[in-house]
Design a binder for this molecule. Structure first.
Ligand code: SAH
Length: 376
């Protein structure tokens, strides 16, 4: 497949083309990392991609109910971890990739119903984008910002990551007659560093050891693609290590699959539509589906008990979204009530976000299943 660039090349297309010319083809994960996170021209670094005018919309932007229920889930687990000296206090309330800060603002409002909780919360946002940090500050001025989770001080950790892991780079491997070969991005035939176009290529050297490939993908047929996200597993383990060491709870919510399997899930979205991931780097949101089995395994390696993943629709139903929608509708005008009904459907219906999106819970080892996961 060759990506045809329409119009003038983006600054990142020129940058990546020069990099490839100097160092040879790069991995899919390098391409994704540069396209999203380049300090000057990366997709997230330069814009607010969320909402009707942006490229995509996320659950907290669909309805306040989402952030409120996530907040109440964290509050419930904070209260359950009460000891003789009370609930963990002070504690870190951490969000990874908070977007516009909407989820946290809604969660904090809901947590105010729990005595003492918001007063002792230290809010930490892990966010690399200056454009989005400004949005977050407008909604949650009390937060402290960090580039990486590793920079957040140690302590009791109550954490939420919604649509964060899908933005982390993935490596891809293609099954060939010789074994699994890493998928690379090269300059397309006839392209130059002034007129760059990119195409997928294969590393000529297969992996020596198939154990790098997720177990669920190993038996796949020739031509199949397997994905790995070392950044995702490292962060999942880091979250778990914090919860294991100091107490806490985490919710990881994203689109993806419950079990590791072969499949090419790399995709790019621009203006609410799909586009070629290799085209116009820096202008489109490139993501991959989250492999929840890998995330859960990494969290267990960090010492946590994991729950789920369960489908978002089921999780939200179990923690009371219907009752919340009814309460909001009672105070709403007829047209607002219709909007609430539409949002409820969007968040929970299997054909909308209810089924593709999954929720994974992390708690200290030995914990009982928390709300939302009691059937799993
Ligand atoms: N959670 C928000 C936004 C999802 S978009 C919501 O649900 O609306 C992804 C978010 O992750 C953005 O805020 C983006 O800037 C941030 N992000 C992406 N890659 C990141 C990285 N490597 N480190 C920190 N933040 C990152």
């Amino acid at each position: 497949m060759t990506a045809q660039s329409s119009g003038a090349p983006t600054p990142l297309a020129l940058h990546i083309a020069r990099l490839i010319e100097e160092t040879g083809p790069i991995t899919v994960s390098q391409f994704m990392g540069i396209a999203l996170g380049h300090p000057d021209h990366g997709y997230y670094m330069t814009r607010d991609p969320l909402g009707a005018k942006g490229d995509f919309i996320t659950a907290p932007e669909v309805s306040q109910m989402f952030g409120e229920l996530v907040g109440l889930w964290l509050a419930d687990n904070w209260m359950r971890q009460r000891t003789d000296t009370g609930s963990p206090s002070p504690f870190h309330l951490i969000e990874l990739g908070p977007g516009r800060g909407t989820l946290m603002a809604d969660a904090l409002r809901a947590m105010k119903s729990v005595p003492g909780m918001t007063d002792t919360a230290q809010i930490h946002f892990v966010e690399t984008s200056p454009a989005l940090r400004a949005e977050q500050e407008a909604r949650v001025p009390d937060a402290t910002w960090h580039d990486r989770l590793a920079d957040v001080p140690a302590g009791p950790t109550f954490l939420i990551a919604n649509e964060f892991f899908d933005a982390l780079p993935v490596r891809q491997f293609v099954k060939t007659a010789q074994g699994w070969c890493e998928r690379h991005v090269a300059l397309a035939e006839g392209a130059s560093t002034d007129a760059p176009r990119f195409a997928f290529a294969l590393s000529p050297v297969p992996l020596k050891d198939e154990s790098t490939i997720p177990q669920g993908a190993r038996g796949a047929a020739e031509g199949s693609i397997a994905e790995l996200s070392p950044a995702s597993t490292a962060i999942a383990q880091e979250i778990a290590t914090r919860i294991t060491g100091h107490g806490g709870a985490a919710l990881i919510i994203d689109y993806g699959h419950a079990r590791s399997a072969a499949g090419d899930t790399l995709q790019a979205i621009r203006g609410h539509g799909f586009t070629d991931p290799l085209e116009n780097p820096g202008e489109a949101d490139i993501t991959a589906h989250v492999d929840f089995e890998m995330i859960a395994t990494a969290a267990q390696a960090g010492g946590c008990a994991t729950f789920g993943p369960v489908e978002q629709g089921r999780f939200l139903a179990e923690i009371g979204i219907q009752a919340r929608a009814e309460a909001l509708a009672r105070k709403a005008s007829p047209s607002q009530a219709r909007d609430i009904e539409t949002a409820l459907d969007r968040l929970t219906a299997p054909k909308q976000m209810g089924s593709l999106f999954k929720v994974l819970g992390l708690l200290p080892a030995g914990a009982e299943p928390p709300a939302g996961f009691t059937g799993s």
